[in-house]
Design a protein around this ligand. Structure first.
Ligand code: MRU
Length: 346
């Protein structure tokens, strides 16, 4: 894993050889961003099975829930994590139910293959999101994003940044306004770095400049990622997305959410049911280890929920959902499930 805590100053990779290490890496944000967390979760489960000390299928069956539990107890908001766990659990159940007693090594290999399949699928999904979303981007001018919904946050070209990448590839003359995204600075550290590497023009701004740039007509569209989208289209994304959405609405700027079907949580009716992760106070009181505030009470919700009425459209790999989302998302969700059931697995 590329250590995202150290970017852009240092490019450092870590290798993990046990599932507990992968769980820690997700929790500590070595890897972050909803789809990347999902892929890491699948890899973590695969690693747990591959390296398990179990000598029989029964022993592995007994150990398996603890592996999944460790991965689940890392970050609560991004539903991709739970989607990936669900998929790995279903595959495990398929493999062990009715398996021959000596099939342990086959199960280990098949679980690794399933995680690799998820990785490959996620790459293709980003490309599809990018293609659908590019058509919604303006021909030229500035588009705003939030946090980092780029290649670092997924297994491919990114969701929101994938849309921007595809639009630029198609010849649209876009520049990206990148809010720094306090407190963790995913905008300043990661999105700015990614776009710079790709030669896509960007302007870094602080979070409190968003209103000014909207008001002075300098934003043609907003495109953000998502951590969890409820059945009615309410969308949890990095803290600050809600205020950008309110400002975009006030200034008639369209706001697009770009996310894979796996970020839909159709089991919850609205955003009120989305668990919001509260992170450590030090992320607010300190920057890069340097204290910038006295030792006072701190709030650090990592995500906020943007109500569906502020979202112009939701871009997925299956197409673009428009309001009313209860209807359009249900249709896209069903389509996704049908494709998966009919042998996406090959
Ligand atoms: O706390 P993070 O950095 O994991 O939060 C990431 C975001 O909020 C992203 O916008 C979201 O996960 C979509 S990533 C394609």
């Amino acid at each position: 894993m590329l250590d995202q805590r150290r970017l852009p100053a240092e490019v450092v990779y870590h290798t993990y050889t046990d599932y507990a290490g992968v769980a820690r890496a997700i929790k500590d944000m070595v890897i972050r961003g909803a789809p990347a967390i999902g892929v890491a979760a699948a890899m973590g489960v695969a690693l747990g099975v591959e390296r398990s000390p179990a000598r029989t299928l029964d022993e592995l069956r007994r150990e398996f829930p603890a592996i999944c539990e460790a991965i689940a107890n890392t970050r609560p908001t991004a539903v991709d994590l739970f989607w990936a766990l669900g998929r790995m659990k279903r595959r495990f159940a398929e493999l062990v139910n009715g398996a021959a007693p000596g099939a342990l090594d086959g199960v280990r290999r098949a679980m690794v293959a399933e995680a690799q399949r998820i990785h490959a699928e996620k790459r293709a999904i980003d490309e599809a999101i990018g293609r659908f979303g590019a058509e919604l981007m303006p021909q030229s001018g500035r588009v705003m994003t939030q946090c980092n919904a780029g290649a670092l946050a997924t297994a491919g070209i990114g969701t929101a940044l994938g849309v921007i990448r595809c639009a630029v590839e198609q010849g649209r003359k876009l520049q990206v306004l990148v809010p720094e995204t306090r407190p963790y600075l995913q905008g300043a550290r990661l999105t700015a770095w990614e776009l710079q590497q790709d030669g896509i023009p960007l302007t870094l701004i602080t979070d409190n400049m968003v209103g000014h740039f909207m008001k002075t007509g300098q934003v043609g569209a907003v495109v953000v990622g998502a951590d969890r989208i409820a059945a009615n289209g309410d969308t949890a994304n990095k803290i600050g997305t809600y205020q950008i959405a309110v400002l975009a609405h006030e200034h008639n700027v369209p706001l697009y959410v770009a996310a894979p079907i796996s970020s839909l949580d159709l089991t919850i009716p609205s955003g009120e049911h989305i668990p919001i992760e509260e992170r450590a106070a030090e992320e607010v009181t300190h920057i890069q280890g340097v204290r910038i505030a006295p030792d006072v009470a701190v709030a650090n919700p990592a995500f906020d929920v943007t109500p569906a009425r502020l979202v112009t459209a939701i871009i997925t790999e299956r197409g673009v959902a428009r309001p009313p989302y209860a209807e359009s998302l249900r249709r896209l969700g069903e389509e996704g499930a049908r494709i998966q059931d009919s042998g996406f697995r090959g």
